[in-house]
Ligand binder design. Structure first.
Ligand code: GLC
Ligand code: CA
Length: 553
């Protein structure tokens, strides 16, 4: 295991969809333990596990009811301890997912608040409405609808930026912050090697006023005390252990804030997830529309974050996929004819960047979006709410469904495809139906086949992950964008200590010529997705559909 996060790669597991060992249709922690050798084979250093704490599962565990105990559907504390120990044996550190912007309304703190206990009521954000039936502000919940829920007993509303069962915590209250530190220390003592902090840049609210021009996000995103809260948490907990790696999920953030969140010397977090590059197929911030992906915008955003974060000594997490995103091969690649080529190309572009790459379960197999044809197959609260909202806006069932099919978070949540059996090896054939349907393409796309095939996407990812360990230029190098305005080519140079790496990729399913291509004579071709070299030798370079290659000197 590399303890330097710049040389490391993280594998993200959504345990509910990873492997079900007891046949109840829900993935579990024993399933993760069972597959540790598979993950080890891929070569990653850390596993980020999404939440498995006690939860009513209204948002699949992002609604935590008890941070100190394991949801029985996932397993037991003994399973967690075994997982940490077995990971350690294999040189894999466990990163846990800490949801601290909100708790489930089933959490004891919220239940006590609802009983009227003033100590706990101040753990939350209760406010008077602006009049009978009018909530305190016009802010919108990220899952749709107004962000305030009325409580008759108090004649007050509580804030929930997400589901109504996810009540926002009041970080202004020092007692809340102390409780959170206690939780982190508890898990550090258990041997956890890292944390991912859920929507952590939303914890400091500027004020509670109507947002005349928007949905409220400008009042709670990167709020006034956010850096103070992060520093305090850092100093009181993981800041005392250099080996701990941390990543903050930064919703609609600005880069200026990320210089601090993920600065080398700012004492906040190791790195950040930002999402601007994954909104290039949105209309502004509006996700529930169909808009073709804007390739120029994608490049501009990635290069902007790459170069400016580097200038400010700050560190990015680099990624295409997670449990909230559609599958990248379906999104920016081609899940049909050039499935394998495009999956490898997309992996290359991410893994050679400056930052710590994250691989989301199944991405290393080129798993695709769901093949769902009916709204009843979807499970995600966000998708179901927005299906309703789209219909209320007057869209037909089929138009609304089309938008959900493209953008739903469930695209990333179908069961991991281990083999070609009935439930794709997620569970055995006599198990209960998986909680969400297996993708019908598991006979063609599965781990068992790819492990046997040297040319598979799995083995390609394995090489990319190993390359970061071998070549310091990938881990530590500067980045220089290339082909910035080229309509098809995504390319960049990495530079470190006299070494150079050139990465180039054709983002399209047709042949493209790169006209101002650098001369790569004398460079070693490290990896690529076609067998013969792409170099035309005359100052231009010809790329076949989704072709990518990496050269090193
Ligand atoms: C994050 C999680 C997402 C969850 C939300 C609310 O964005 O990744 O899955 O629904 O926060 O906790
Ligand atoms: Ca299970």
């Amino acid at each position: 295991m590399s303890t330097d996060f710049r040389k490391s790669t993280v594998y993200q597991i959504y345990p509910k969809s990873f492997r079900d060992t007891n046949g109840d249709g829900l993935g579990d922690l024993r399933g993760v333990i069972e597959k540790l050798d598979y993950i080890k084979e891929l070569g990653v250093d850390y596993i980020w596990l999404t939440p498995f704490f006690v939860s009513p599962q209204n948002d699949n565990g992002y609604d935590v009811a008890d941070y100190y105990n394991i949801d029985p559907a996932y397993g037991t504390m003994k399973d967690v301890e075994e997982l940490i120990a077995e990971g350690k044996k294999r040189g894999i550190g466990l990163m846990f997912d800490m949801v601290f912007n909100h708790v489930s309304t089933s959490h004891e703190w919220f239940r006590k608040a609802m009983e009227g206990d003033p100590y706990y009521k101040d753990f939350f954000i209760f406010r008077k409405g602006k009049g009978a039936g009018v909530p305190p502000t016009n802010w919108e919940s990220k899952f749709g609808g107004n962000a305030w829920e009325y409580v008759e007993k108090f004649d007050e509303y509580y804030l929930h930026l997400f589901d109504v069962t996810q009540a926002d915590l009041n970080w202004e209250n020092e007692n809340v912050r102390k409780e959170i530190q206690k939780i982190l220390k508890f898990w550090m003592e258990k041997g956890v090697r890292g944390f991912r902090f859920d929507v952590i840049n939303l914890i400091s609210k500027a004020c509670y006023e109507d947002d005349e021009t928007g949905d409220g996000r400008k009042y709670y995103t990167d709020g006034p005390r956010i850096h103070q809260y992060l520093k305090e948490m850092h100093d009181a907990t993981f800041g005392n252990d250099e080996g701990i790696v941390t990543v903050g999920e930064m919703s609609s953030t600005t880069m200026e804030n990320c210089y601090k969140y993920a600065g080398r010397d700012t004492g906040e977090l190791s790195m950040v997830f930002s999402f601007h590059h994954l909104k290039v197929d949105f209309m502004g911030n509006e996700k529930w529309v169909l808009v073709p992906a804007d390739f120029q915008k994608l490049k501009d955003i990635i290069f902007d974050w790459q170069t400016k974060m580097a200038e400010h000594n700050a560190w990015n997490a680099v990624f295409w996929c997670n449990h909230d995103q559609p599958r990248v091969v379906s999104r920016f690649g081609d899940e049909g004819k050039y499935w394998k080529e495009s999956a490898k190309m997309l992996g290359t572009v991410i893994h050679c960047l400056r930052g710590t790459p994250y691989v989301y379960q199944g991405e290393e197999l080129g798993m695709t979006n769901t093949d769902f044809t009916d709204i009843s197959q979807f499970r995600d609260v966000e998708s179901l709410n927005h299906y309703q909202i789209l219909q209320n806006k007057g869209l037909s069932d089929s138009d609304a469904l089309r938008i959900i099919q493209i953008h739903s978070r469930d695209n990333g949540r179908t069961p991991m495809q281990w083999d070609d059996t009935k439930y794709a090896g997620f569970s055995s054939e006599d198990s209960a139906e998986p909680w969400i349907a297996v993708n019908g393409n598991h006979a063609r796309i599965n781990a068992s086949d790819q492990l046997k095939d040297e040319d598979s996407i799995f083995h390609y990812y394995q090489k990319l992950i190993a390359m970061r360990k071998e070549l310091d230029v990938i881990a530590y190098g500067e980045i220089e964008p290339l082909a910035v305005k080229d309509p098809c080519i995504f390319a960049y140079r990495r530079i470190y200590n006299g070494h150079e790496l050139i990465v180039a990729a054709n983002f399209y399913g047709r042949e493209c010529t790169w006209r101002d291509a650098p001369d790569v004579t004398g460079y070693e071709r490290m990896i690529g997705n076609y067998t013969a070299p792409a170099n035309a030798g005359d100052g231009t370079m010809n790329f076949r559909p989704y072709e990518t290659a990496v050269w090193y000197k």
